[in-house]
Design a binder for this molecule. Structure first.
Ligand code: RFL
Ligand code: PHB
Length: 393
């Protein structure tokens, strides 16, 4: 077995792990990333597309925003549509801020490139990653790679290994509190090299279910439709997808819809989930490892970035000033923000989807909510404020 040591072992090279590594590198704190998948798998995953104002600033401060600044699309608003009625949330007027459309895939590529250019280590295809002695002052992480066993001793382990990772499972069940809600549907997503149907995102709710029109660039569109979790991707031909999307966004918008072959098609479940606390001994969780939101509020990636900004500050204060106060406060500070994002994602999901168990009463409630938001600047501002992102602390 080979044995090494470092200051922080990061498990997972999604946006949370990669961004944390970049921030630690800038602060002169050593870390090693262990990733289960291959680099091409990690760089090929199609996921979120909207960056909050604060996430963009954080990526700039971390020195990884050159391409984001060149290629990201700044959006000053988005549209909510309900049974054919439309309401624009003007983010800029209501909050003074905007969001940026730039795929998680691109954020991941930029961060991997920055890490490797800085001579940092990412061990791809690390198998059987196991945190050990996490409540001791010198925890270790064991793993195997290319048929050999390895161990890294460290001060801290950052569990950035997503919802299905190993880190959270290390917290004993009697310590860990879990809060969850599974929605009775999923999102079928399609990526296609066609111009977007509109300049801004459209979240549409109708009798046939929810639809979202998003994009990655002026020539690449990302669309989603609510589907049943019983359905398989193979059940949906490209043609069937475009037909259903056109019906859900209505004839006025559909008149501008350009169809094309899908280059990716997948079904994602919708769930809300929070694990408390986000720290156990010297193991600290960040991103999807600790919480999941339904994608309706575009919060998943942004929450991951916000968590690691807090975590980085806490590590900095520990290594620079020998103070553990911020590390002790990490779980509570992160969770305060996480719960607000959970609330917003749940609220928008509840307002915009068709629920199989809903009666006509609940549908009227959804419509009343939409009518209220459309007629109230205060209600629109509340949505805008959450969408561009709440302050870090
Ligand atoms: P990630 O991106 O899941 O990265 C975790 C990394 O950890 C690795 N890993 C392990 N490595 C070593 N050992 C183990 N035992 C490991 N187990 C896992 C994984 O391979 C992976 O590389 O978590 P992170 O960094 O916290 O980032 C969070 C975001 O990725 C996530 O919140 C969003 O992408 C969620 N999400 C979406 N959010 C949106 O805002 N809008 C979307 O449209 C959207 N679509 C999605 C999504 C998440 C999806 N998942 C998780 C399946 C679509 C999908 C399909
Ligand atoms: C996306 O472009 O993938 C996207 C945008 C907004 C969301 C969810 C996903 O709320």
């Amino acid at each position: 077995m080979s044995v090494k040591s470092t200051q922080v072992v990061i498990i997972g090279s999604g946006p949370a792990g990669l961004m944390l590594a970049q921030l630690l590198h800038l602060s002169g704190i050593d870390c090693i990333i262990l990733e289960r998948q291959t680099r091409s798998y990690v760089e090929g995953r199609i996921r979120a597309g909207v960056l909050e104002h604060g996430s963009v600033e954080a990526l700039r401060e971390a020195g990884v925003a050159d391409r984001l600044d060149r290629e990201g699309l700044v959006h000053d608003g988005f549209e909510l549509a309900f049974e054919g009625n439309r309401h624009r949330i003007c983010l800029k007027d209501l909050t003074g801020k905007s969001v940026t459309v730039y795929g998680q895939t691109e954020v991941t590529r930029d961060l991997i490139e920055a890490r490797l250019a800085a001579g940092g280590e990412i061990v791809f295809e690390a198998a059987n990653v196991t945190p050990v002695d996490v409540t001791s002052s010198r925890p270790q992480v064991r793993y195997s790679h290319a048929g050999r066993d390895h161990e890294i001793a460290c001060d801290f382990i950052a569990g950035c290994d997503g919802f299905h990772g190993v880190s959270r499972q290390t917290i004993p069940e009697d310590v860990r509190k879990e809060f969850k809600r599974v929605y009775p549907f999923g999102w079928l997503g399609v990526l296609s090299d066609v111009p977007p149907v509109a300049d801004e995102l459209i979240y549409a709710s109708g009798d046939r279910g929810f639809a979202l029109c998003s994009m990655r660039s002026g020539s690449r569109s990302r669309y989603y439709i609510q589907c049943s979790m019983d359905e398989e991707v193979e059940d949906w031909s490209d043609e069937a997808f475009w037909d259903e999307l056109a019906l859900r966004i209505g004839p006025d918008t559909a008149a501008n819809l350009v169809r094309g072959p899908s280059i990716e098609k997948s079904i994602a479940p919708l769930r809300s989930y929070v694990c408390e606390p986000m720290r156990h001994g010297n193991l600290l969780l960040a991103g999807d490892a600790a919480h999941i939101v339904p994608p309706t509020g575009a919060k998943g990636l942004n929450l991951a970035i916000a968590d690691v900004r807090l975590l980085h500050r806490a590590f900095e204060s520990r290594y620079r000033n020998n103070s553990s106060d911020a590390l002790d406060a990490y779980s509570a500070s992160a969770l305060a923000r996480v719960w607000k994002a959970e609330r917003f994602s749940w609220y928008l999901s509840m307002m915009m989807h068709r629920f199989p168990e809903h009666s006509a009463f609940e549908r009227r409630m959804q419509r009343a909510e939409f009518d209220y938001v459309s007629s109230s600047e205060a209600a629109s501002r509340a949505i805008a404020e959450n969408y561009v992102g709440l302050p870090l602390d």
